[in-house]
Design a protein around this ligand. Structure first.
Ligand code: EPU
Length: 325
């Protein structure tokens, strides 16, 4: 029943979702749109948004969805997602309410997936722990940062991740960070893996010095990247084969300020696409991104890879890896 196609299948699925949400005590809502849930402020309607508040609940929800054959995708603060404008007939598992509390144990810091990354950076800096201050101004959740191995200013979350908690078979399971391959803006988690939280191992240092380095990173970011929220960060990865970054390549092609409808190449940093207006459209952002890719391919022979996640309404949603098809 991954994608219900007729009325009775939809009714059956909706009844199953209602039941499992009541059984597990989680909030399940209808009528939300990606335009409200992502930083680009674009994207179509979502059949259901389920918002667990604890790691155990989240593990239970994805297992129950898997058993019922209902597809889902996990969303943090939506700051690295471009969802298309159509109707998305799967469950969005929102991790925003899965904040929990940060626990400190010497150099170890335990945090849940929905916790705000910028807030965590401040918390650990005040505690005199160094290793993620470069990530200070990155808007997003800890779960999103782990999923894509977020990095900036010489820091990368994967480098300091001791363990990650994931959902398997309805349970919270801890895996060692060293078993994950932490690559440039990509971690080797399998599709269908739900990240619930992590323990980071940081290094002691003077809180004042850490906060100063964080402020320095933030002011570099403020000076070189657009702010105000209506972007998804860098749209493309930097190409491994080029010593020049994607932003500079697009800038040198004269594309800063280029527009497709409600989407614009940021005049501040050319690897950012920003959207405008109440009725901004994913279609515009995607058309602009594709225009950039084609020009870079034609003029530089470089195949740009998306850094932003593209969520297609007809794409494959996730399944619990432990639940058979
Ligand atoms: N530049 C231009 N024009 C532009 C943008 C950049 O000439 O429009 C030049 C800059 O002047 C600089 C060079 O390109 O000389 C590099 O720019 P920047 O320092 O902004 O770094 P970047 O490679 O564009 C990367 C990450 C950012 C991260 C910064 C700082 C990627 C795709 N981007 O940007 O990450 O914040 O370094 O560490 O890896 C993100 O992941 O979403 C992101 C924004």
């Amino acid at each position: 029943m991954s994608e219900p196609t007729n009325e009775s299948q939809i009714e059956q699925r909706d009844a199953a979702i209602g039941k499992l949400a009541a059984r597990l005590g989680v909030r399940a809502e209808r009528g939300r749109r990606f335009a409200e849930l992502t930083s680009l402020r674009v994207g179509g309607s979502i059949d259901w948004v389920i918002s667990p508040e604890t790691e155990a609940q989240a593990a239970g929800v994805v297992h129950a969805l898997g058993e019922a054959g209902i597809g889902w995708r996990a969303l943090g603060s939506g700051s690295n997602v471009l969802a298309d404008d159509c109707e998305h007939h799967y469950v969005v598992l929102s991790l925003k309410d899965l904040k929990g509390e940060v626990h400190f144990d010497g150099q170890l810091v335990q945090v849940s997936a929905g916790y705000s990354l910028p807030r965590l950076c401040v918390d650990v800096a005040r505690q005199g722990l160094s290793g993620i201050e470069g990530l200070g101004g990155i808007p997003g959740t800890v779960g999103g940062a782990l999923w894509m191995n977020a990095g900036a200013y010489e820091h990368e979350i994967g480098k300091v991740t001791e363990t990650v908690r994931v959902a398997r078979g309805g349970q919270v399971v801890e895996i060692r960070g060293s078993t994950v391959q932490w690559n440039y803006r990509h971690a080797s988690f399998a599709e269908g893996e739900l990240l619930l939280g992590a323990v980071l191992r940081l290094q002691p240092d003077d809180p004042e010095k850490i906060l100063a380095r964080m402020e320095e990173a933030k002011s570099r970011r403020m000076a070189t990247q657009p702010h105000g929220g209506r972007s998804a960060g860098c749209f493309f990865k930097n190409p491994p084969e080029s010593s020049v970054g994607t932003g500079k390549i697009i800038d040198e092609m004269g594309m800063k300020g280029a527009r497709r409808g409600t989407a614009v190449v940021s005049p501040v940093h050319a690897n950012f696409i920003v959207t405008e207006g109440e009725n901004a459209r994913a279609e515009d952002a995607l058309a602009l991104a594709e225009e950039i890719r084609e020009r870079v391919k034609r003029e530089q022979g470089i195949e740009l890879e998306y850094e932003v996640e593209l969520w297609r309404s007809n794409g494959p949603p996730k399944r619990d890896p432990d639940v058979p098809e």
